[in-house]
Ligand binder design. Sequence first.
Ligand SMILES: *Cc1c(COP(=O)(O)O)cnc(C)c1O
Length: 481
Amino acid sequence: MIERIKDLQEKSAGLEPDSARRKQMKQSTDAYAERFLESLSGQKAYVRFDQSVDKELHSPIKETPQDISDIVSFIENKVIPHGLNPASGGHLGFIPGGGLPASALGDYLAAVTNPYAGIYYSSPGAVLMEKQMITWMADLVGYPSTAGGYLASGGSLSNLTAVIIAREAHEIKPADIEKSVVYLSEQTHHCVERALKMSGMNYCIRRYIPVDDRFKMQAEILEKTVQSDLEKGYKPWIVVASAGTTDAGAVDPIDKIAKITSAYNLWFHVDAAYGGFFLLTDKGKQLMKGIEQSDSVVLDPHKGLFTPYGLGALIVRSEEAAAQAHRYRAHYMQDTKNTDAVYSPSDLSPELSKHFRALRMWLPLKLHGVAAFRAALEEKMLLAQYAHEQISKMPGFETGPEPELSVFMFRCNPGTGDPDKLNREIHRMIIDDGEIFFSTTTHKGHFMLRLAVLSFRTHLDTIDETLRTLKEKAETAAQNI
Ligand SMILES: *Cc1c(COP(=O)(O)O)cnc(C)c1O
């Protein structure tokens, strides 16, 4: 047996490369990272592909080691190039991401040191850093010191966790589900619908409160609907407001909604996955006035704080409510239950073992300072406003409402022909070209183009190029169709 053990140790020794080998591996990956970042301004924002890439992407996992430079070359040439390039400042579709290089370094250190970030007993450092990030965001929202929360993988998981906490806080039993009412709008992100399903609340009653012509939930109608539900014997449970809708960037009237949720004792959840970090700006703070009165808020650092994907945050006014919903016990965890009053992330969320996510947020905040983020966010708002102004002046174009944050809809409508067909063609040409990337949406049955500015790499030159491209494609498209 001893012989076999020694033999196996030798065969697996490659898993622990020595310093020289580590350096060589890092040189390979670093060199590619540098090539990628240095060439970004010349890279496309979108590269169309067909299913032929699937075959190219197949690289078998073998019993034997492969060379690092071949592996990096495969990633560089096969894995990364196709589809959307969220690292590009030309990404103006959906809700843009970013990918701060400083976050990547945080991820690297987090993975090398690999602290057990879910439990205070295992790593007070990692846990307290996560708590510091939560407190920083809770202060941004304006919550009292009772607040808590956790760093999740994104907005969808954070919204799911919020719905579960709200369900537990209102002590909804199976028999109550069909009488419980959730209030949202047609503009609410679809992950909330998924959260209801996954949290066992699928059979609750949905009330889609109509929005006004600026896509904002109409608070007066919300109040009347709650009253009418109470008269019918239903149980109004939760209002989900949006601070920055995905489609139009609209901020619901949070202040007015807070008065209603407080008067009728409803859980007030704000989905600020896209818009939340605009709270760093004066305009954002003004728009989201009243958010401090909510019970829970979701913010996505992988959107508004430009970190790489995989970072969302749930902040709850009452940390205790989050703990109530996630309390657990297990024999094999008995060593970790410290007597101090510190809740670990695993006490407040569905996760146990977790990546040291805080470092990818903390490190860039430390390194660059908050002022740089505040400036970038204000710049994005002004760029969207500028683009909206310029497009509304372009002959043959019409725009939706002025962006409150950094998203708006528009379309080309010269007054003749089928505008849906024309805008589909414009969009097709822009995607074929790939220098910039837009996504589209449907509003009142019309096919709409949509511009979203949120990448930290989108600047004035990107927007000017976008305006030129639009003009040019609109002319060609009119001839094509
Ligand atoms: C992006 C977004 C979500 C979903 O978040 P993910 O991080 O993509 O899971 C939810 N709500 C809003 C308003 C969003 O913009």
